[in-house]
Design a binder for this molecule. Structure first.
Ligand code: ZN
Length: 143
């Protein structure tokens, strides 16, 4: 089930604020839709520096809460540590948001960012995880 772009924007901005950052703009970016069609890992990217913003592919709206939270947290990690690399973004997300990011190997290469463990207040932003193991690890009831 797909969510609206407005909801994606609200979720990302709520997480930016949780990270102590401004609610930067979140926009659907057509070239990323094209890239996503070729490389299914490409759902989001950030521009830091002047005019900071997050750009997303429309397909991000189809992902379950744990993968949206993993992706958002990784991208927020890039804002938190603009000079850092990919692992640094995950480290920043873990240190400053408390989100532990794993990689779902059903996606190619390194896999797709997935929140494995996160504070309840962040699950309240995106909704309860769908993955049974992630639900259990975060203390949600079975089902
Ligand atoms: Zn990245």
């Amino acid at each position: 089930m797909s969510i609206s772009l407005k909801r994606v924007r609200n979720e990302v901005q709520a997480i930016l604020v949780e990270a102590g950052l401004p609610a930067y703009p979140v926009v659907q970016f057509q070239p990323l839709d094209v890239e996503h069609a070729r490389n299914p890992r490409r759902y989001a990217q950030v521009r830091t520096g002047e005019d900071p913003r997050m750009e997303v592919a429309g397909a991000i709206r189809d992902l379950p809460p744990e993968q949206r939270l993993g992706l958002y947290s990784h991208e927020v990690g890039h804002f938190l540590w603009p000079a850092g690399g990919e692992d640094d973004a995950d480290m920043a997300a873990q240190g400053l948001l408390g989100v532990h990011i794993g990689y779902d190997r059903r996606w190619p290469g390194k896999g797709l960012q997935t929140a494995i463990l996160a504070p309840k207040k962040l699950w309240r932003i995106v909704g309860e995880p769908v993955g049974a193991r992630i639900r259990a690890a975060n203390g949600f009831p079975r089902g």
